[in-house]
Design a protein around this ligand. Structure first.
Ligand code: NDP
Ligand code: A1CAB
Length: 271
């Protein structure tokens, strides 16, 4: 794993969590030595920092069949140029960078290197992630099966055409941030109506958790029916839902995801 911060770090945490069988040793790199020191505490993980060893990325990929690139999108091309000559022939390179298209990634790699683009999310850390994957240049069935296997060990995997990856970035990659924002705003609203911070926080978090678990436990009902069961005719929920629907929530979410996808397109263009 090259660049092991919030996202690659979450994948690493998911792969090395108690009970998950990580068969192969993992080499990870970071910019700072302090980040590498923290990561090297994990079983089966060897961490190296560019700060202490400028060759860390090149050394990490030597002999590796799978390389997951997790630095910021703008840094990916330079990183790929740096490691290109040291990659194993036929290695699989998975980029998790937002925006960066597989043709751009492949342009910085030698022929014969197999490229997959992935859009994971941070709940991977608990094995509850969703990762969208798409095949890039050279990605044969074996490469896709390997990518599938890695991300399936930290959650669900959806295989999609590359054109859908930016939308998945908005919906699931960024999705946890959208959920946290809703949690934050509901806590603030509870406090505005007089609850103390601790009561509001614990109650809202448990409400999200319980509501999500019910959707998971009863897929036949689905969220609309579960909402109906809470919303008594002429009751209290009807009033609060009416206020929320007045805000054109569906339109708001569509505009929010579109803004996200537009930024992905800018990143693809190197902006
Ligand atoms: N965060 C998320 O939820 C998601 C992120 N992504 C994608 O993941 C990628 C990483 O994002 P995120 O994890 O949030 O970013 P972070 O800033 O948290 O992590 C970046 C990591 O890269 C390291 N780093 C910086 N320069 C180098 C280098 N030259 N060689 C090796 N390592 C280096 C940093 O080291 P140090 O720790 O020392 O600073 C850090 O560990 C991005 O491309 C993003 O688009 C995709 C889906 C979700
Ligand atoms: O905000 C970002 O650019 C990254 C990609 C998806 C989630 N975090």
């Amino acid at each position: 794993m090259l660049g092991t911060g919030n996202m690659n770090g979450a994948i690493l945490a998911g792969l090395t969590r108690p009970g998950s069988a990580l068969a192969d040793p993992v080499r990870v790199t970071t910019r700072s030595q302090s980040s590498a020191d923290a990561l090297s505490q994990r079983p089966g993980v060897t961490a190296a920092a560019l700060e202490s060893n400028p060759d860390a990325n090149r050394e990490a990929v030597r002999g590796a069949g799978l390389v997951i690139v997790g630095v910021k999108p703008a840094m990916v091309p330079d990183l790929l140029d740096d490691i290109a000559a040291d990659l194993e022939p036929g290695a699989l390179v998975i980029s998790i960078a937002a925006g960066l298209e597989t043709k751009t990634i492949a342009a910085h790699l030698p022929a014969g290197i197999r490229v997959v683009r992935a859009m994971p999310n941070t709940p991977a850390t608990l094995g509850l992630g969703v990762t969208a994957i798409c095949a890039g240049p050279g990605a044969d069935a074996e490469a896709m099966a390997l990518a599938h296997e890695v991300f399936a060990s930290v959650g669900q995997v959806v295989e999609l055409p590359e054109a859908d990856i930016p939308t998945m970035g908005a919906l699931t990659g960024s999705g946890p941030a959208h959920v946290y924002l809703l949690i934050e705003r509901m806590i603030e609203a509870g406090q505005a109506l007089g609850l103390d911070a601790e009561t509001a926080t614990e109650s809202v978090v448990q409400t999200f958790r319980g509501a999500v678990e019910m959707v998971v436990a009863d897929p036949d009902a689905g969220p609309a029916e579960l909402r109906r069961r809470v919303t008594s005719p002429n009751g209290t929920t009807e009033r609060s839902i009416a206020v929320l629907e007045d805000a054109q929530l569906a339109d708001l979410f569509t505009r929010s995801l579109r803004a996200n996808v537009r930024r992905s397109e800018e990143l693809a263009a190197g902006a």
